[in-house]
Write a protein that binds this ligand. Structure first.
Ligand code: 5AD
Length: 456
């Protein structure tokens, strides 16, 4: 037994998306429930877990370099420290990660988060030396339930709830179908029960999470009055008393049927904000990417949403340098961005992923062209975003206060319904409040508000 008297401490570092954040939180909650403490830093921890991302090569390299450094320090200073990989890269690389770096003790795939405590126990007690488990597991989508609400202030008013796992869309650039598997959805009553419990513990805003949330429950819940299973879920969550705001991520554009557009107009708790991944403005590329829509269709969705909810915040993801992307294709993306006027866009340089069709496609775009297109698109997107931010100056907006800002404790941070961060001079009495502020100025991707003007 390595830790005979006291229970071990754990440090979990998360790479990648909100789903990964949520998974890490569930693993942390699971370990805390078993008596672990949460270490303040990796150097102080008995167990260090890296919850990894595979979506681009850079994310994998980051986690592998981190693990190499951890192993180096552990070998010199903490020979008992236990090191593990969790999540997407663990799933896609499996045992190879231990072959590469034998200091790693645990490799736990995306359907196995609920086994973390049990496996760590076995390693700590010396029963097993190394554990790799990346097998599929029936019903694992329903196992991410535990929440750590006593952690940061942010999690106490706003929480993420995982509603489904996996993706069947098979976009040709994307590794997610192999890291997260086939689409599997939780049931509506199960999700609603978790949301109710969170609200009873003080949560006022819930973000429903999944790799392709608009495909939620497709096989399990038939259309009801023309409404998809996902819209049925939104309605059920909307019923919860005390819940003030509902968000979701990530949807697929093909999921924005009239039923969902209409839900924005009909369900007041559904925040007027949408992150709708575009990927490209060129029909030719959208086809090669296997996205299942055209630029016209995409622009049509945005128009309908803005008509249903004027002021809706719309953000997107775009890939530059997908194989075969010509200057003309790229200009189509630029022109779509000018038309769509996104509130913000996340731009990614195409990164070939193992076992994806795009990695084998001809005409891979040279690195320097990917860089150049990245800069050009970023300039355009930032210019539009800045203009949009400036248009808030002088306006009164409702924010939900999440807690003190990390950088400056005298400042509090909240979010508008359209998902913009607002900083204001606040104090503990503002914590978790829904309040109106007047926007006085803007910073980079931040609004600065004054509550005194309207909340005296
Ligand atoms: N290369 C670059 N970007 C990618 N994304 C997904 N796969 C890749 C890839 N192979 C981007 C997409 C997606 C976001 C989460 O990451 O834009 O929406």
């Amino acid at each position: 037994m390595l830790f005979p008297e006291i229970m071990p401490s754990v440090f979990i570092k998360t790479y990648g998306c909100q789903m990964n954040e949520r998974d890490s939180e569930a693993v942390a909650a699971q370990l805390v429930a078993k008596g672990y403490s949460l270490a303040k830093s990796e150097a102080l921890a008995d167990v260090v877990l890296l919850n990894t991302c595979s979506v681009r090569d850079a994310a994998e390299q980051k986690a592998m370099n981190k693990m190499k450094n951890l192993a180096g320090t552990a070998r010199k200073e903490r020979p008992d420290q236990i090191l593990g990989y969790l999540g997407c890269m663990a799933q896609s690389r499996g045992k190879e990660l231990i072959d590469k770096l034998p200091d790693v003790d645990l490799v736990l795939g995306t359907q196995k988060f609920h086994r973390a405590a049990e496996y760590l126990d076995e390693i700590i007690s010396g029963k097993r030396k190394k554990i790799v488990d990346v097998a599929a597991e029936e019903k694992s989508e329903a196992t991410i339930r535990e929440h750590l609400l006593n952690g940061s202030a942010k999690t106490s008013v706003s929480a993420f709830v995982s509603i489904m796992q996996g993706c069947n869309q098979h976009c040709t650039f994307c590794i997610v179908p192999s890291t997260r598997g086939e689409e599997r959805s939780r049931t509506i009553p199960d999700i609603v029960a978790e949301c109710r419990e969170l609200v009873a513990r003080g949560v006022r805003e819930i973000t429903l999470l999944g790799q392709i949330v608009t495909s939620f429950g497709k096989r399990d819940y038939p259309l009801l009055d023309g409404k998809s299973a996902f819209v049925q879920l939104l309605e059920a969550v909307h019923e919860i008393d005390g819940l003030e705001r509902i968000r979701f991520t990530s949807p697929h554009p093909k999921g924005y049927g009239d039923d969902l557009v209409e839900a924005y107009a009909r369900l007041p708790k559904l925040c007027e904000s949408a992150h709708i991944p575009l990927q490209s403005g060129s029909d030719r590329l959208l086809k090669l990417m296997h996205r299942g829509y055209t630029r016209e269709k995409f622009l049509g969705i945005i128009e309908k949403l803005r008509r249903a909810k004027p002021g809706i915040g719309i953000t997107t993801d775009i890939i530059v340098g997908f194989p075969g992307e010509t200057e003309e294709d790229f200009e189509q993306t630029l022109s779509l961005c000018r038309e769509a006027q996104f509130d913000n866009a996340y731009i990614f340089k195409y990164s070939p992923r193992r076992d994806t069709p795009a990695a084998e496609m001809p005409d891979q775009v040279p690195q320097e062209i990917r860089e150049e297109r990245n800069h050009r698109l970023l300039d355009l997107v930032n210019e539009i975003a800045a203009r949009k931010y400036d248009s808030f100056i002088g306006k009164q907006v409702e924010i939900l206060v999440e807690g003190p800002s990390k950088k400056n404790a005298a400042r509090y941070t909240g979010r508008t319904r359209c998902n913009r961060i607002v900083l204001f001079n606040g104090s503990a009495r503002h914590q978790s409040q829904l309040m109106d502020v007047k926007i006085e100025r803007t910073g980079s991707f931040t609004l600065y508000g004054d509550p005194a003007v309207v909340n005296l």
